[in-house]
Design a protein around this ligand. Structure first.
Ligand code: NAP
Ligand code: FE
Length: 364
């Protein structure tokens, strides 16, 4: 039996949690930079709510709305510079995982030399980050409760994570109403990401009691919410199940990290423009097949917790439009060699198996 856990962000959830707990935001200072993507923050209603509360509480805001999906390092530096120019005392990220990941590093860069991406990756920035507030508008990444930010390097377009305890948010507001405006494809892809997080951590040979508990809760909630994404628009109850499921799944990867679907999914995002969740989930059926061989009882518990819609969900993980030739697949050998994620895979994993899987799924 074990009970190992570290997740220092203060999380508040439920309808209206932001206004109910806004005194916690006011306590962080009187000037902030709001970081967003193009339109999701506005469409979700979260930006309007936050700006209104700031106006009522005498907080001077500036906005940086230039964070793209799979955020570029250079945009994070630009936002950190904007924070410095505004004299921001704290950073607020309003958006999906891309914005939340960006906000966490912007808070750190803003307290240092804003351009110092090498220092960020080396985790050698001298000053502690500014406080960081996150308001999620997707139900997927669990970035709210992880110490990870996944950025895209400008030089080569590769997705590379920064993982450091200083990346944790200070305050998190999780209000499922802000996820209602997601287009159906974003809602489905982000839910798949959460399912992958729970499955990858749960099936890892390194999974411990705490992580198992978080994962089974995530499967149960995602299994309640995801059927509505297959056929219909989620109602309030389903949206809450999806958001809370994504947070429990975030706690899973916060403790145990991800397995091979994540690094393999990055290839599909970088080179084929597939959204992160859908890209990762392309490899989920293969992970579950390995679990059937190496840990069948755990797989049965996962299936029982998620419920009857799992086969339909897995059917939707197939990506018929991704096509690779043999030379291209062999070209991925170097980047798929020696990934730390392989030891988190039931039965282990290797570059040869990764290339075989790409061949099986995408060679046409
Ligand atoms: P996302 O990339 O943040 O957003 C996808 C799209 O959805 C964007 O076009 C965004 O618009 C839009 N959108 C978001 N919320 C919306 C809303 N409520 N209404 C309307 N549109 C909305 O998607 P994501 O899947 O949440 O995040 C993916 C990123 O998170 C990837 O970079 C991935 O690598 C990373 N990730 C991080 C962790 C971690 O532990 N830190 C874990 C898994 C994944 P706008 O651009 O206009 O906002
Ligand atoms: Fe993910």
């Amino acid at each position: 039996m074990t009970f190992d856990l570290y997740m220092p962000a203060q999380v508040h959830s439920g309808d209206g949690c932001l206004s109910r707990h806004f005194s916690l935001v006011s306590a962080l200072g009187s000037r902030c930079l709001i970081v967003t993507g193009h339109s999701g923050a506005r469409l979700s209603g979260a930006l309007r709510d936050f700006e209104q509360l700031c106006a009522q509480n005498g907080i001077q805001t500036a906005q940086y709305d230039g964070i793209p999906e799979n955020p570029l390092c250079s945009r994070c530096s630009a936002a950190a510079l904007a924070a410095q120019n505004h004299g921001a005392q704290f950073i607020v990220g309003i958006g999906g995982g891309s914005v939340l990941d960006a906000a966490k590093v912007i808070a750190w860069l803003a307290a240092n030399r804003a351009e110092d991406i090498d220092g960020l990756y080396a985790r050698r920035l001298p000053n502690a980050p500014l406080p960081c507030v996150l308001i999620g508008t997707t139900a997927g990444t669990g970035s709210e409760v992880t110490a990870v930010s996944v950025l895209t390097r400008d030089a080569d377009g590769r997705k590379v994570s920064v993982t450091d305890a200083r990346c944790y948010a200070t305050l998190v507001f999780a209000d499922a109403r802000y996820t209602a405006s997601m287009p159906p494809s974003v809602a489905f892809s982000t839910a798949l990401d959460a399912l992958c997080h729970a499955a990858e951590g749960y099936l890892s040979p390194q999974c411990d009691d705490t992580t198992e508990h978080f994962a089974l809760k995530a499967f149960e909630l995602l299994g309640q919410g995801m059927p509505s994404l297959l056929t219909d628009t989620p109602d309030d109850t389903a949206r809450q199940a999806l958001l809370y499921g994504s947070l429990w799944a975030g706690l899973v990867i916060n403790s145990k990290g991800t397995a091979f679907p994540h690094p393999m999914g990055y290839i599909l995002t970088e080179e084929f423009g597939i959204a992160h969740g859908a890209a990762t989930a392309a490899f989920l059926p293969a992970l579950l097949q390995r679990a059937a061989v190496h840990c069948p009882q755990k797989l049965q518990r996962l299936q029982a917790a998620f419920g009857a819609s799992l086969p339909d969900v897995l059917q939707r993980c197939i990506l018929p439009d991704v096509v690779m030739d043999a030379q291209r697949i062999q070209g991925y050998r170097a980047r798929l060699t020696g990934c730390k994620h392989y030891e988190r895979t039931p039965g282990g994993f290797s570059a040869d198996e990764a290339l075989d899987l790409l061949t099986q799924l995408f060679l046409r």
